[in-house]
Ligand binder design. Structure first.
Ligand SMILES: [Zn+2]
Length: 183
């Protein structure tokens, strides 16, 4: 009997520890995203997208109203990831979605440290006389992930969730550096 109590207490502790660890990492980005969604007047719930690259499903918001936020970035973007939320003004192609899912993973790994790290990576790129976006380490990683997924995979859809481990190669191409990027 005492062993079952001890096992129950340990299980509960592990559950709380996992929940807290996940919460402190995702909360800052998620909170920013929810503020942006509210400020833009977006009411659509978005779609959940699971990925082999991230621990938790991403929530993809594809709404023209997101332009109210995306159009006011330091460089024009057609999508941006904040925490688990991917904000876009229209339906994302598989390559861009795979790119953004890598950013979801980066948020989940670094939590509140992600944004300062991202800015630092752009500063380092600038010091190396490279473009602050294209030379950013996190952007390079996202492009590599999207290229890899697109080269080897096919999308799988199940209900409202979509497993983006293998996007269709025919729809996967990264635009040239002169085109509008996604962050
Ligand atoms: Zn990016």
């Amino acid at each position: 009997m005492i062993f079952s109590w001890a096992a129950g207490i340990i299980d509960a502790w592990l559950f709380l520890a996992r929940s807290f660890k996940s919460m402190w990492r995702s909360a800052p980005g998620d909170l920013m995203a929810l503020l942006v969604i509210r400020a833009c007047g977006i009411t659509a719930p978005g779609r959940r997208v699971a990925s082999v690259a991230a621990d938790e499903a991403a929530i993809v918001i594809e709404d023209p109203a997101a332009a109210r936020y995306l159009d006011h970035q330091w460089i024009p973007v057609h999508a941006q990831t904040l925490g688990r939320y991917i904000l876009a003004r229209k339906t994302l192609d598989d390559h861009t979605l795979a790119h953004e899912l890598e950013h979801v993973r980066q948020w989940q790994r670094l939590g509140p440290l992600f944004l300062p790290s991202y800015v630092a990576a752009s500063a380092i790129a600038h010091l190396r006389h490279r473009p602050v976006y294209w030379g950013n380490h996190y952007e390079s990683a996202a492009r590599r992930r999207a290229d890899l997924d697109c080269a080897t995979s096919t999308p799988q859809t199940s209900g409202s969730s979509r497993i983006v481990s293998r996007p269709n190669a025919s729809s996967c191409h990264w635009p040239p550096e002169s085109s509008v990027p996604s962050l």
